[in-house]
Design a protein around this ligand. Structure first.
Ligand code: AMP
Ligand code: MG
Length: 495
């Protein structure tokens, strides 16, 4: 007689649900169930995040947890749905998109406020278009690790709670296997949600959505005396500021998002939708990490302008509510000051410069020129520089450059600028310039192992990127230069 595991029909998470998004009504989504995946198994659970949310990681990793977070059984009290949105992809209006493979379960009350849970890769939805509704193990591991790496660097992002896998085949460039990643964020609303209702002339829904976002996330825009008291212009301004601050952090960290379409831009200024992302190895300003991005629209050094372009689309979408073009343009204006200000502050921090002094901008620009000219490894440079400021020899930093004269000239200027504040600077720099960066090749190695059923590489990388400034002496091999083969890794939109 074969014994079957008795799996209950639903898992009780033990936290009250809040279905704010679902309460918006059926114009915004379609209610549906995830499509089950056979023989689900755990890939990794993010225990640190589980605890932050007041959840028990062991329960998530247990048999019922695996079934629930794969979408095979319900989470008691959840209200699964797929949302509708539209967007501009690669600069072109793409019309309706929507959650083609992500299913929102609703929000739960946590010690970190209400957090929504979303299963990515949980099956087809009315918005799947030609897609299969699935995510492959490879891309799910990349999203899981990178959202935690971005969080570990202090950059706003959606998070990832757990990845489960299944032997079910999924066709991409080759046959791979299915996985589901559970994403966590206060909201998954994108610029594209607003574009959707605006493009269709659904002004009542547009207003309802904007009011929902303002009341929940930007309450300061109610009763504002800015913009003649227009809360929607205030919303646009606040989103512009948050987006500016986020992109400044990306640039300082050497992070390339890869697909900055307007449907991949969070209304909360969170990094969202990890696909063909990459942390820079060599500092190549026009680096394009997405193999499908033939024109280099989303190159590293174009990200700040693209973000502004995207905000402009959001502004256009909000125009029926703002009702005054001049006001909308004024609400976008702060991007132009917040972005450079935030970037300069982040770059000064990387240099260990606490205060702002004349000449700092030139100091930053000059080192970036030198790094670019010699294609110096970006993370290694900053970490070595931090150690130099802490008293180590200059040689390991100097050795990174071919243009030694140029570098020596820069260091002389830098040292005189640092002057008295050097000791404090070094420890601050070591908390700003990570030792461990989720480089493409590290992900790739963990994925190869995972495809063979060994998830220890994923666990190891998770613990490193969650504490990227710590030394982790057993993992020196993951702190250095990428191997030559890393240059040939090709990551495309296909995931
Ligand atoms: P992305 O480029 O990943 O942001 O996806 C763009 C759009 O395509 C979104 O509407 C996704 O939900 C949808 N999509 C991507 N991959 C799939 C898939 N395998 N099945 C269904 N929809 C998908
Ligand atoms: Mg997307």
């Amino acid at each position: 007689m074969t014994e079957t595991l008795a799996v209950p029909a639903a898992l009780e998470l033990g936290r009250p649900w809040r279905h704010g998004f679902a309460e918006l009504g059926p114009a915004f989504f379609t209610e549906l169930r995830p499509t089950p995946l056979a023989d689900a198994h755990l890939v990794s659970v993010n225990a640190a995040l589980a605890r932050e949310l007041g959840l028990d990681p062991a329960r998530i990793a247990g048999p019922e947890g695996v079934e629930a977070f794969t979408g095979n059984i319900a989470l008691q009290g959840s209200r699964p749905l797929a949302g509708v949105y539209s967007g501009h992809q690669f600069g072109v209006w793409a019309g309706q998109l929507g959650d083609g493979r992500a299913i929102l379960l609703g929000g739960i009350e946590t010690p970190a406020g209400v957090q929504e849970l979303q299963l990515k890769g949980a099956g087809r939805t009315p918005y799947s278009r030609m897609g299969d509704g699935r995510a492959v193990l490879r891309s799910s591991i990349r999203e899981y690790l990178c959202s935690e790496a971005i969080h570990g660097l202090g950059i706003p992002t959606t998070r990832a709670l757990v990845v489960t896998g299944s032997p079910q085949p999924v066709r991409r460039e080759e046959i791979e296997t299915a996985a589901v990643v559970t994403r966590v964020a206060p909201s998954f609303i994108r610029f594209g949600h607003f574009e959707h209702f605006s493009a269709r002339g659904m002004e009542a829904e547009l207003r309802q959505l904007a009011d929902y976002v303002i009341d929940r996330f930007y309450p300061e825009c109610r009763g504002t005396d800015q913009f003649g008291g227009n809360p929607y212009a205030c919303l646009l301004e606040r989103v512009s500021e948050r987006t500016a601050a986020m992109v400044a952090q990306w640039q300082a960290a050497g992070f390339c998002h890869g697909v900055m379409n307007t449907d991949n831009m969070s209304i909360l200024g969170l990094t969202i939708d990890y696909g063909p992302f990459q942390f820079l190895d060599a500092f190549v300003p026009n680096h394009v990490c997405n193999h499908s991005d033939e024109t280099g629209r989303y190159a590293y050094n174009r990200q700040p302008n693209v973000a502004y372009w995207n905000l402009f689309c959001l502004g256009q979408a909000l125009l029926p509510l703002i009702a005054d073009q001049e006001l909308a343009l004024a609400a976008l204006e702060p991007y132009k000051t917040v972005f450079p200000r935030e970037l300069e502050a982040r770059m000064r921090a990387k240099l260990g410069l606490g205060d702002e002094q004349p000449g700092d901008r030139e100091l930053v620009e000059r080192i970036l020129q030198l790094l670019a000219a010699d294609r110096v490894d970006y993370p290694v440079f900053w970490r070595r520089l931090s150690h130099f400021v802490g008293g180590a020899d200059i040689a390991p930093v100097r050795d990174l450059f071919l243009d030694r004269t140029g570098f020596d000239g820069w260091v002389a200027q830098y040292e005189s600028r640092l002057s008295a504040s050097r000791t404090g600077a070094a420890s601050a720099m070591l908390r700003t310039n990570p030792k461990f960066v989720l480089r493409n090749h590290l992900c790739e190695l963990a994925i190869r192992q995972a495809k063979l059923g060994d998830f220890s590489g994923v666990e190891e990388l998770l613990s490193l990127v969650q504490a990227p400034f710590d030394e982790h002496p057993a993992h020196e091999d993951k702190a250095g230069f990428p191997p030559d083969w890393a240059q040939h890794i090709e990551i495309s939109c296909s995931s």
